[in-house]
Design a protein around this ligand. Sequence first.
Ligand SMILES: Cc1cc2nc3c(=O)[nH]c(=O)nc-3n(C[C@H](O)[C@H](O)[C@H](O)COP(=O)(O)OP(=O)(O)OC[C@H]3O[C@@H](n4cnc5c(N)ncnc54)[C@H](O)[C@@H]3O)c2cc1C
Ligand code: FES
Ligand code: FES
Length: 455
Amino acid sequence: MKISFILNNKFVEIDAEPERRVIDILREDMRLTGTKEGCGAGDCGACTIYVDGKTRLACLMCAIQLQDKNITTIEGLQKDGTMHPIQEAFVAYGAVQCGFCTPGMVITAHALLTKNHTPSRRKIREAISGNLCRCTGYQKIVEAIEVAAKRTERTDRRKKHPVSGIRLQRKSDINSYLPETLDELWHIIQKRPYTMLYAGGTDMLVKLRGSHALKGFHLLCLERIEELHNVYESKGNVFIGACSTHSQLILNPIIQQKFPVLTKALKSIGSPSIRNMGTIGGNICTASPAGDSLPPLYVLNAQMEIRSKEYIRYMPIKDFILGPGKTALKDGEILYGVWLHDSNIYNIQHFEKVGQRQSLTISIASLAALLRYSENGIVEKARFAWGSVGPTVVESIEAETAITGKPLSKDTFKTLIPIVEAAISPIDDIRASKIYRRILAGNLLFRLIKFKKQG
Ligand SMILES: Cc1cc2nc3c(=O)[nH]c(=O)nc-3n(C[C@H](O)[C@H](O)[C@H](O)COP(=O)(O)OP(=O)(O)OC[C@H]3O[C@@H](n4cnc5c(N)ncnc54)[C@H](O)[C@@H]3O)c2cc1C
Ligand code: FES
Ligand code: FES
């Protein structure tokens, strides 16, 4: 399949297997070996590239997704054989030892400094939170980025120079599709019943890695269908298109203002690159008990809009998610988007996730909570949902009823502990024991007290 894009300021056309990973195209086909592969599963950031102004992970992108994109790899940052100021700063400040993580770090720093010329240390640490370094320690890397920020040119260095590019020939027996409209999508799905859909690919492509699951299937990426990126208000409700990325939603003023519980949860997902790629629809359809957007969507009583070529149907999220990895989607259907009702009746909207570290962590237990309380501190309405403590998200009407009419206090939460313990069914796994999860699920409630004064 012919795929054309801008790579390091040059127009490139390749003939590649559409499902081939971008990291393999860069390293093996184009010999651009600056981009490294560490984990191959989105966890280390060594393969970070710059795509249309955002960092993405080349190990979790398929060739077809390159079409019409503007890509910068580490090789593209040098100019006439001179190192980029960020690279110079890394060398000068000892931010490199084995150098394996360095290209990914430098690209991430480049993405940050392109948007923000004076980032704080916190912003720098946040930006590189998806880039692991096993040698240097992060202090020198942070310092190098700070210095580079002062030196970096303020102008956009990436001018387009359409130059006839590299041509590669590859054959594939897997068909891949990148529809731009819903009509195109329905047409493909109808003609090719064995089509595997993906959006950001951060769950699907990890799962398919190294497997032969694709044989006989067709691969279809939803990310270019514009309608699936819409976010808008209508009659007191808010619609979120299924392909809205976590980064898009975190920055969206409607979501920030009306649903802080969701914004908090989305900020806790993966790393900046994972949030640039992963979508809310993908998070829901993966139906993982640890999916971080799910507890907020449960407490917000989110309605799923499901579409096929012929019809539209709606269903609450708790009916949509049937079990780990299982949803109510039928053949020929997609999740089109999510509807949320305005939740401004609540004084407190809170999400907290406990993992083994701060970034790139899957939750051991999480809690989404909405609380409305009166001026004298009596709870009038409560919604609770826990993640990672059962096969799906756990709600407890008993706990919500028990707290209603009671003062918002530590003693009240103590009375909820046995109710929560009865509702959840945590398991032992590599991340935590079920006993620890059980204690954690109850203890997360106590955090809500600290919001009372601000409420
Ligand atoms: C390193 C790493 C860290 C991660 N950290 C977290 C984390 O902290 N918290 C968390 O919750 N998740 C995490 N994830 C998982 C993942 O990033 C999220 O679940 C993400 O939201 C998935 O979205 P996606 O668009 O990439 O899904 P995809 O991989 O594209 O799709 C996932 C599934 O959903 C289906 N699908 C997608 N969109 C639609 C649609 N519109 N209609 C029908 N089916 C659809 C696909 O067929 C597929 O089965 C992490 C993943 C990685 C690789
Ligand atoms: S190789 Fe580790 S994130 Fe891509
Ligand atoms: S310098 Fe070796 S992994 Fe970062």
